[in-house]
Design a protein around this ligand. Structure first.
Ligand SMILES: Cc1ncc(COP(=O)(O)O)c(C=O)c1O
Length: 378
């Protein structure tokens, strides 16, 4: 039986968990005179590499830049194809276009909405230069069958700071893993990204591409016509404090996810995506599928009803191949039925260490009320 009443103030879907420590760290950095890349960025790289158990970590301006530079560092370019997933933020596919290559979308698995390795394998041609899986919500994609294809693998690890695949941390497992420090992410700096790799050649190429120059002083040289994608110390100062808080924040995420799991188990037609016990899930997002036939209403109707209850939700993600830019890029794009159905059914519930247990209870109460109302109309 649903209880409670509509929340008085709006509950943001994923507010950043920033406190006095981050503010002090930024102030200290500003007083130090380092506005651009300096000791804080270097410290972040050291800490991050250690945390994700990779040999190298290179800090850049965004997760998008991390993916872009990783593709460029691996020599992906015009005429090449890169196989990726449609259930991702468009940046994952955009960067493939940016380097002049063609994104090829594989369908996803129905349980966790990560790339379907069998479908990916069926799309490999002599032009395939790399594979770009995404660890959606923090659940690692199934990497073994992707590695078995013998192609370079770049992981979109934007959601996967704490994730581990079969007992090994996401970070140094493939040719590169690209993390995001965007405002909503588990380690949030506002903007920023990190490329992790065990490959010295990839790390060197990314370094050349992100700052353009080798060496210091007036007698500079450039190895390649690079970009400008180095991370500012001001943002690295925030990320470093967020790393300090990661364990505490993960604890909060775990508690909130457990509360959601218990609640949705009682709600017919509302089901969370699979989290595989053999992996570590970073709990970046809590995504449910709304089965309209059983839940009494569509995902869009649920989202609107939750907004009326003053609860913010989001969608991760609309299938990229159905968005205008990609429909125009490839009018022959075959249908990807699992991704397309998921795109109509998925809803992300509020999840952030900035939320209190009471906030999550408010979101759950609202979902129960909305469910009861919609189910009453079946
Ligand atoms: C799956 C995924 N890939 C890539 C990105 C891009 O990261 P950024 O916003 O840091 O450029 C994001 C989100 O922001 C994302 O969610």
């Amino acid at each position: 039986m649903a209880t409670g009443t509509r929340r008085e103030t709006f509950l943001g879907f994923q507010p950043p968990a920033i406190g006095e420590e981050e503010i002090a760290s930024v102030a200290e950095t500003l007083r130090s005179g380092w506005l651009t890349t300096g000791p804080k960025a270097a410290e972040l790289e050291r800490r991050f590499a250690e945390y994700v158990e990779a040999k190298h970590a290179l800090a850049v301006t965004s997760g998008t830049a991390a993916l872009h530079l990783a593709l460029a560092a691996l020599g992906v370019g015009p005429g090449d194809e890169v196989i990726t997933t449609p259930i991702t933020w468009p940046a994952t596919a955009n960067v493939i276009v940016h380097v002049g290559a063609t994104p090829v979308f594989a369908d996803v698995r129905a349980d966790d909405l990560n790339i379907d390795p069998e479908h990916a394998a069926s799309l490999v041609t002599e032009r395939t230069k790399a594979l770009l899986p995404v660890h959606l919500a923090g659940q690692p994609a199934d990497l073994d069958p992707l590695w078995a294809l013998g192609l370079p693998v770049i992981e979109d690890a934007a959601h996967a700071v704490e994730s581990a695949y079969r007992g090994r941390k996401i970070g140094g497992l493939s040719d590169a893993a690209c993390f995001s420090l965007y405002a909503t992410k588990n380690v949030a700096a506002g903007e920023g990204g990190i490329i992790a790799t065990n490959r010295d050649d990839v790390a060197q190429a990314v370094d050349d591409l992100r700052v353009m120059r080798r060496g210091h002083g007036s007698r500079y040289d450039i190895a390649v016509p690079g970009y400008k994608a180095n991370l500012s110390d001001v943002l690295a100062a925030i990320a470093l404090v967020q790393m300090d808080k990661l364990e505490r924040h993960t604890e909060i995420r775990r508690r909130h996810v457990a509360a959601y799991d218990a609640a949705v188990a009682e709600l017919d037609g509302i089901e969370p995506l699979a989290r595989h016990p053999e992996d570590v899930h970073a709990l970046h997002l809590y995504i449910v599928r709304v089965d309209a036939a059983r839940a009494g209403a569509t995902r869009d109707e649920y989202q609107a009803a939750m907004a009326e209850e003053n609860i913010g939700t989001s969608i991760h993600f609309l299938p990229v191949h159905t968005l205008t830019a990609y429909r125009e890029l490839n009018p022959e794009q075959p249908s990807l039925p699992v991704a397309e159905q998921a795109g109509d059914e998925i809803l992300s519930l509020p999840l952030s260490p900035a939320h209190s247990d009471a906030d999550v209870e408010d979101a759950i109460d609202a979902l129960r009320r909305v469910h009861e109302r919609f189910r009453g109309s079946i």
